[in-house]
Design a binder for this molecule. Structure first.
Ligand code: ZN
Length: 238
């Protein structure tokens, strides 16, 4: 049995409420994979910090290895000078070797200072890496929890959507076919808002002031009244 226009409008107002809720839930649901992706990317950036620290650590070790090599070469040179020194014939040559040895020893102490400094830096970098790894471990736990929470939220939203969509189709069964078709067309073209109240004499969809005869027509409830500006279906809250 067909229901009267007043009932039709009430139904449309209720459907509009449901549709608004459905759109909101659908937006929320769509945002979840985006939020998961953002969290993953943030975590990846943090992993990048660790990679940088590890590279700095490797570079320091390469430097230290070079210095070790330099040190070994200088120590070898001293041994060679000392052997050669016993074969010299003149004091002048002997003095020259002594000078060479003194110079090389000075070089060695500089290299040793460098090595000590590098060892300190390596130790510091190692601490940073340990700290960063610990931080990442905590971040990883947080990420897993965050994803779990978001997936649970998605599940809740889906369940709510299922239930509200069922209610909506039950309601759509009761609506007049032609009225429903109009409603659906407007909702698609007007950003999800097809039925709007008139309050303070203006359409709450586009805020245009409605002439008195339009307001009277809405009150008469014998046909659907559309906003002449935004084409939405109008009603008055009683
Ligand atoms: Zn309007």
């Amino acid at each position: 049995m067909a229901i009267n226009l007043e009932e039709q409008i009430k139904l449309l107002v209720e459907m509009q409420g449901m549709d608004t809720h459905i759109f909101k839930l659908e937006d929320d649901l769509e945002s979840i994979p985006v939020r998961i992706k953002t969290s993953d990317e943030e975590y990846k950036n943090k992993m990048g910090n660790l990679k940088n620290l590890e590279e700095a650590y490797k570079a320091l070790q390469v430097k230290k290895k070079q210095k070790d090599g330099d040190l070994e070469a200088k120590e070898g040179a001293i041994k060679k000078f000392q052997t050669q020194m016993y074969q010299v014939k003149t004091n002048k040559e002997y003095a020259a070797f002594q000078q060479e040895i003194a110079r090389t020893k000075a070089d060695i102490s500089l290299i040793e200072e460098d090595i000590i400094r590098l060892l300190d830096e390596i130790e510091e970098e190692n601490k940073n890496i340990t700290r960063e790894k610990e931080f990442l471990k905590q971040e990883d736990v947080k990420l897993i929890e965050e994803k779990k929470r978001l997936n649970e939220e998605a599940g809740r939203i889906k369940a709510e959507l299922d239930s509200i969509k069922k209610q909506r189709s039950a309601m759509a069964e009761k609506a007049d076919r032609a009225v429903l078709a109009k409603y659906d067309r407007i909702i698609q073209n007007k950003d999800g808002l097809a039925v709007v109240p008139v309050s303070n004499e203006s359409c709450q969809g586009c805020f245009r002031v409605m002439p008195p005869q339009v307001i009277n027509e809405i009150k008469m409830k014998d046909r659907l009244v559309f906003c002449e500006n935004c084409a939405r279906i109008l009603y008055i809250n009683e």
